[in-house]
Design a protein. Structure first.
Length: 310
C-alpha cells in the first residue's frame, strides 16, 4: 500500500460508490487506483468539457424515469468536479476502502470511463483495519445503497472512522468501563480462594464454553475441563492462588497436549517473573487478575464480585 499523507485533512465532500454491478470493478479499481463508472452513451470529451446540456438530453432520452436521469446527471457532475478535498468510499471483501481523486480528466479504456485516484486504503490512520462489521451502523449501512453513487451525510463520523478517533460518547463509555475494570480488579484481589475458583468457572462458562468436568474430577492435574461447543475443541484450566514460573513449568510438564488445544493458567497472585514472561508456548495463556477483571466485566459478573466483597 502506498504511503499517503491525506489525513487528517477535513473532508470537503464524502461519497460512497458501488464499483460496478455486483462489484465487478472493485478489485481493478482498488489495485490500480481508479474509480470506474458506466455512462456508455456519453462521450468522454463531453464530460470533460462539462457539456451538461447535451448529456442531460442523452440521459433523458435513454431513461423513462426522469428523476433517475436527473440523479445520474448529478452524480456524474459530482465525480467530474471532485477534487483532492473529497473522500470516496467503497466496500470490498468485507472492508471499507477510501481514497481521494487525483487532479486530471476523465479517461476511457475498453472497460469503462474512469478517473484516477490516490491509492485506496482499508485502514484508518491509526492502522486499524476498517472491517465493515465493526463500523458504526450509519457508515456500514452504505452497503445497502441500491444506486451507484451517493453522498455520505455523516461526514464528521466518517472523519473520525478514518482517523481511528473515537467520539466523545465512546471516550466516556471507555473511561467508565476502565473504571469498572479497575474496581473489579480490586475486588478480585479481595476474594477468598474458593470464591476465586468459582469466579474463574463462571467467567469461562459465561464466555460460552461448556464445563465437562467438576473441578479436578477428570484431569487430576487441572481444575477445569472445557469444551468449545461449535468446534468441539477441549481446553483445561489450572487455578492458582499464588504461583510463579516454576509452578507454570510444572503444569506444562503435565499438560496432555495431544488431548487439549490450550491450557489457561489462572493466578490470583502471580510473581513478577511470571507476570513479565514473554517466552511461553503458544498453547498456554497466563490469566492474571487484570486479564480476569476484563473477562469478568465482559461476562457481566461485576455484581457477583460486588456481593462477595460487600
Amino acid at each position: 500500500m502506498l504511503k499517503r499523507d491525506l489525513m487528517p485533512v477535513p473532508i470537503h465532500n464524502a461519497f460512497y460508490i458501488k464499483l460496478g454491478e455486483r462489484g465487478r470493478w472493485e478489485a481493478d479499481c482498488i489495485s490500480n487506483a481508479r474509480i470506474r463508472v458506466d455512462y456508455p452513451q456519453q462521450d468522454v470529451a463531453d464530460i470533460n468539457r462539462r457539456n451538461w446540456t447535451r448529456i442531460k438530453e442523452q440521459l433523458d432520452a435513454s431513461e423513462t424515469n426522469q428523476s433517475v436521469a436527473t440523479s445520474d446527471l448529478n452524480r456524474l457532475q459530482d465525480l467530474t468536479a471532485s477534487g483532492p478535498g473529497d473522500v470516496w468510499t467503497a466496500f470490498h471483501q468485507g472492508r471499507l476502502w477510501w481514497t481521494r481523486i487525483r487532479p486530471g480528466p476523465f479517461l476511457q479504456d475498453e472497460h469503462s470511463k474512469y478517473r484516477r485516484t490516490e491509492a485506496w486504503c482499508d485502514k484508518a490512520e491509526n492502522n486499524k483495519l476498517l472491517v465493515a462489521s465493526s463500523l458504526p451502523g450509519k457508515i456500514a449501512s452504505l452497503q445497502a445503497f441500491r444506486g451507484t453513487i451517493c453522498r455520505v451525510r455523516e461526514k464528521a463520523l466518517l472523519q473520525r472512522v478514518l482517523e481511528g478517533r473515537p467520539g466523545e460518547l465512546a471516550v466516556r463509555i471507555g473511561q467508565q468501563r476502565s473504571g469498572l475494570e479497575a474496581a473489579v480488579l480490586a475486588g478480585i484481589r479481595e476474594l477468598h480462594p474458593k470464591d476465586f475458583e468459582t469466579l474463574v468457572d463462571l467467567v469461562f462458562r459465561h464466555a460460552g464454553w461448556a464445563r465437562t468436568s467438576i473441578l479436578g474430577q477428570q484431569v487430576k492435574s487441572f481444575d477445569l475441563e472445557l469444551t468449545e461447543p461449535l468446534t468441539g475443541d477441549r481446553y483445561v484450566v489450572q487455578v492458582k492462588s499464588a504461583a510463579g514460573r516454576p509452578e507454570l513449568d510444572e503444569t506444562l510438564r503435565q499438560f496432555p497436549q495431544q488431548l487439549y488445544r490450550r491450557v489457561f493458567f489462572v493466578v490470583h497472585s502471580p510473581t513478577p517473573e511470571l507476570a513479565a514472561a514473554t517466552d511461553l508456548p503458544a498453547f498456554v495463556q497466563v490469566v492474571d487478575p487484570a486479564v480476569l477483571a476484563r473477562m469478568a466485566v465482559s461476562a457481566g459478573l461485576s455484581s457477583w464480585i460486588e456481593e462477595k466483597v460487600i
